[in-house]
Design a protein around this ligand. Structure first.
Ligand SMILES: *[C@@H]1O[C@H](CO)[C@@H](O)[C@H](O)[C@H]1NC(C)=O
Ligand SMILES: *[C@@H]1O[C@H](CO)[C@@H](O)[C@H](O)[C@H]1NC(C)=O
Ligand SMILES: *[C@@H]1O[C@H](CO)[C@@H](O)[C@H](O)[C@H]1NC(C)=O
Ligand SMILES: *[C@@H]1O[C@H](CO)[C@@H](O)[C@H](O)[C@H]1NC(C)=O
Ligand SMILES: *[C@@H]1O[C@H](CO)[C@@H](O)[C@H](O)[C@H]1NC(C)=O
Ligand SMILES: *[C@@H]1O[C@H](CO)[C@@H](O)[C@H](O)[C@H]1NC(C)=O
Ligand SMILES: *[C@@H]1O[C@H](CO)[C@@H](O)[C@H](O)[C@H]1NC(C)=O
Length: 532
C-alpha cells in the first residue's frame, strides 16, 4: 500500500514502485536530483483549496487559502472528444510516475481510446506542499478525505494549456477515468465511492482499501513463494535469535549482534529492522525486496532479494563463511544455524558499507539507528515525513512479526507495534490544533468500506504474490463470499504489475497481456456507458 511503501530510492530509479520511505537515504537523494532535472513533461499547477471541509471541526482553524498542486499531462494520443485518464500520484512525486504516461498503463489506455493522460501529484508530496514546513498542525490537512476531495476539485476545474480541443474537457461532460496503484489505488476506490457521478470509472490496482493496525501478512507471499530452502533457513535463524533474546542474557544477545557486525546497535528493534532489510524492514529498506520484482526484466529491481537468498543457500561458500554457521551453536544445544554464515556475510558486505560515516547506531544517512527523537522531530517537508504522518494518523499497517512468538517469521518477534509507534510519537508531538491518536484512527480510512468497498464503475485488480495483497480486495483476511465490484486477480502478479507496459501489449507475457486487455475492454465499456 500503501502502506505503502521505503527508502526506496533505488526502486524508484529502476521504475519499481516506491515503497514506504520513512528515512532519507543516499538513493533518495540521487532520485530527487534526477527528478528535479526530469523535464519530460512540463509541470502545471492548479490553485487547490487546502481545506475542502470548512465545517468539520477536525480541520479547525479553517483556511480559505489554496496551494499550488502540480500536474503533468501527455496529449500525444489525444483527439478531441477523447476521454481523460487521471493517474493518482499517491505517496511520491509526480516525476516518479512519468513512466505510466510514457510506457505504462496510461499510455496503453490513451493509445486504445485517443485519450489524454494526466498525473496529479498528491498534496504534501513532490512540490505540492501547502506549507513551508510540516509541523503536526500544518499536517492536519493531510487526510484521506482531503486528498480525495482534491481529485474531485481537479476533475471539475483543471485546464490544459495548448491542448487542441474546442471546449473545456472537465468532468462529467467529458468521461474521466481514474487509475491508481497501491495507496493511490485505494484513493481511487475511495474517490469513486464518494464522488461516483462525476467519473466515468476508476481502476484501483493493488488498492489497499483496508487499514489494519498491524500487517505481519506483508511477509506471507515471501514465505509462500520465495525459494523454499532460503525461507526455511531464515525462519530457523530468526527462531534461534528469538530464543537467545528470550533468555534475556545480554552477553549472548551482544554476541549474536556481533556476528552480524551490528554489536553497536543499541536497540533490539533497530537490530531486528536492520537484519530484516534484505527481506523488507518495517516501512523502509535500502535495497530491493520481493515488492520491487517486476514481470519485465528491464524494470525489475528485485535481483537484490534473489542475491540475498542465494547467499543464504550457498552450500559452496568459503570455509570462512560456512564456519559461522556453528559459531553460535553453543546457544542451541550444539545445533548449527544453517545459512547464518551466508546471511551475516551478506549483511556485512552489502548493508554495512551503506553507512559511510561508520556510526552504525546513528540516524546518519545510510546508517541503522532510529532511536533519535531530534531526527524525527525535524519539520522539514519530505515525502517520507508525509507518509509517516499518514501511517501514524489513519493508515497503520505496521510491519510487525506475528504476535505469537512461536509463529514462524522472517523477522524477529521483537518487532511489534511499539517500535513503529515510537517514531510517530517522536515525529508528531502535540500541536496547538492537532494531536495524533495513540494509535492510528483507522476509521478515517476504513469508512469507505475497507475490504467490502464497492461502487458502480469501480474495478479492482490485484496480484496474488503481492506483499500488500492482504489489504486488498482479494485478501485472505477478507470476509467471503463477497458481492464484489468488477475485479481481476493476476495469477503470478506482484504489486500493481499492470501499471507497467512495454508499448506493445501483444508482446507482453500472457498473464499481463490478458489483464491489460481486460482493462482496455472495461474502460471502453465505461466510456460507451458515459455517452448514453
Ligand atoms: C472563507 O470564506 C467564506 C466566504 O467568504 C467566509 O464565510 C469564511 O469566514 C472564510 N473562512 C476563513 C477561515 O477565512
Ligand atoms: C486538432 O484536432 C483536429 C481534429 O482531430 C485535427 O484535424 C487538427 O489537425 C488538430 N490540430 C492540431 C494543431 O493538432
Ligand atoms: C546508540 O544510540 C542510542 C540513541 O542515540 C544511545 O542511547 C546509545 O548510547 C548508543 N549506543 C552505542 C553503543 O553507541
Ligand atoms: C551474494 O550477494 C552478493 C551481493 O548481492 C552477490 O553479488 C553474490 O552473487 C551473492 N552470492 C551468491 C553465492 O549468490
Ligand atoms: C558461545 O560462543 C561464543 C562465540 O564463540 C562465545 O563468545 C560465548 O561465550 C559462548 N557462549 C557459551 C554460553 O558458551
Ligand atoms: C540525531 O539527529 C540529529 C538531527 O538529525 C543529528 O544531528 C544527530 O547527529 C543524530 N544523532 C545520532 C546519534 O544519530
Ligand atoms: C508487437 O509485438 C508483436 C508480438 O511480439 C509483434 O508481432 C509486433 O510486430 C509488435 N508490434 C510493434 C509495433 O512492435
Amino acid at each position: 500500500m500503501k502502506l505503502p511503501v521505503l527508502l526506496c530510492g533505488l526502486a524508484a530509479l529502476t521504475r519499481a514502485s516506491p515503497a514506504h520511505p520513512i528515512r532519507a537515504s543516499q538513493l533518495d537523494q540521487q532520485l530527487q536530483k534526477r527528478q528535479s532535472t526530469d523535464t519530460t513533461y512540463k509541470a502545471y499547477t492548479i490553485d487547490q483549496p487546502i481545506d475542502h471541509f470548512p465545517h468539520e471541526s477536525r480541520y479547525a482553524p479553517h483556511t480559505n487559502a489554496t496551494f499550488k498542486q502540480r500536474y503533468f499531462f501527455d496529449s500525444s494520443y489525444y483527439k478531441p472528444g477523447g476521454p481523460v485518464f487521471l493517474y493518482i500520484g499517491g505517496e511520491t512525486s509526480g516525476e516518479s510516475r512519468f513512466s505510466n504516461l510514457e510506457t505504462g498503463i496510461i499510455q496503453i489506455l490513451m493509445e486504445a481510446t485517443n485519450g489524454l493522460g494526466i498525473i496529479l501529484e498528491n498534496r504534501y508530496y513532490g512540490e505540492s506542499y501547502p506549507f513551508d514546513t510540516s509541523s503536526t498542525d500544518e499536517l492536519r490537512f493531510l487526510t484521506t478525505e482531503q486528498t480525495i476531495a482534491d481529485n474531485e476539485y481537479f476533475a471539475k476545474h483543471a485546464t490544459f494549456p495548448g491542448l487542441n480541443t474546442t471546449s473545456a474537457i472537465n468532468a462529467p461532460s467529458t468521461p474521466w477515468i481514474l487509475y491508481g496503484g497501491s495507496l493511490a489505488g485505494a484513493q481511487t476506490a475511495f474517490t469513486l465511492k464518494t464522488y461516483n457521478s462525476l467519473f466515468a470509472g476508476g481502476i484501483g490496482s493493488s488498492a489497499t482499501t483496508q487499514a489494519l493496525l498491524t500487517y505481519p501478512q506483508w511477509y506471507t507471499p515471501i514465505i509462500k513463494y520465495g525459494p523454499s530452502d532460503c525461507i526455511s533457513r531464515l525462519i530457523d535463524i530468526v527462531a534461534k535469535i528469538d530464543s537467545v533474546i528470550a533468555t534475556g542474557d545480554e552477553d549472548a544477545i551482544k554476541t549474536v549482534k556481533d556476528v552480524f557486525g551490528l554489536g553497536s546497535l543499541e536497540s533490539l528493534g533497530d537490530f531486528a529492522m536492520t537484519i530484516a532489510f534484505p527481506i523488507g524492514g518495517p516501512m523502509n529498506y535500502p535495497t530491493n525486496t520481493w515488492q520491487e520484482l517486476n514481470w519485465y526484466p528491464a524494470y525489475s529491481a528485485g535481483e537484490d532479494f534473489y542475491h540475498f537468498c542465494s547467499n543464504v543457500t550457498n552450500d559452496d561458500a568459503p570455509e570462512s563463511v560456512k564456519s559461522v554457521d556453528t559459531q553460535l551453536a553453543n546457544y542451541t544445544d550444539g545445533e548449527a544455524w544453517v545459512g547464518l554464515g551466508g546471511y551475516t556475510d551478506y549483511v556485512k558486505k552489502v548493508l554495512l558499507p551503506l553507512c559511510t560515516t561508520g556510526r552504525l547506531n546513528s540516524t546518519d544517512i545510510g546508517c541503522f539507528g532510529t532511536q533519535n527523537e531530534t531526527f524525527y522531530a525535524d519539520v522539514t517537508n519530505s515525502g517520507s515525513r508525509s507518509y509517516l504522518y499518514s501511517t501514524c494518523s489513519e493508515q497503520g499497517a505496521y510491519q510487525v512479526a506475528p504476535p505469537n512468538p512461536h509463529t514462524p517469521s522472517l523477522v524477529l518477534h521483537t518487532l511489534q507495534i511499539p517500535y513503529t509507534q515510537q517514531w510517530c510519537t517522536w515525529a508528531f508531538p502535540d500541536g496547538t490544533y492537532n494531536t495524533l491518536p495513540s494509535t492510528p484512527d483507522l476509521y478515517e480510512y476504513n469508512k469507505y468500506g475497507g475490504f467490502n468497498i464497492q461502487a458502480p464503475k469501480l474495478a479492482l485488480i490485484d496480484g496474488n504474490v503481492d506483499v500488500w495483497l492482504d489489504l486488498c480486495y482479494h485478501s485472505e483476511l477478507a470476509p467471503s463470499p463477497r458481492v464484489g465490484p468488477l475485479q481481476y486477480l493476476i495469477a503470478g502478479g506482484g504489486h500493481h504489475w499492470d501499471s507497467w507496459g512495454i508499448k506493445n501489449v501483444s508482446a507482453e507475457p500472457d498473464y499481463i497481456r490478458e489483464a491489460h486487455l481486460w482493462e482496455i475492454r472495461t474502460v471502453k465499456r465505461w466510456i460507451a456507458d458515459h455517452a448514453e
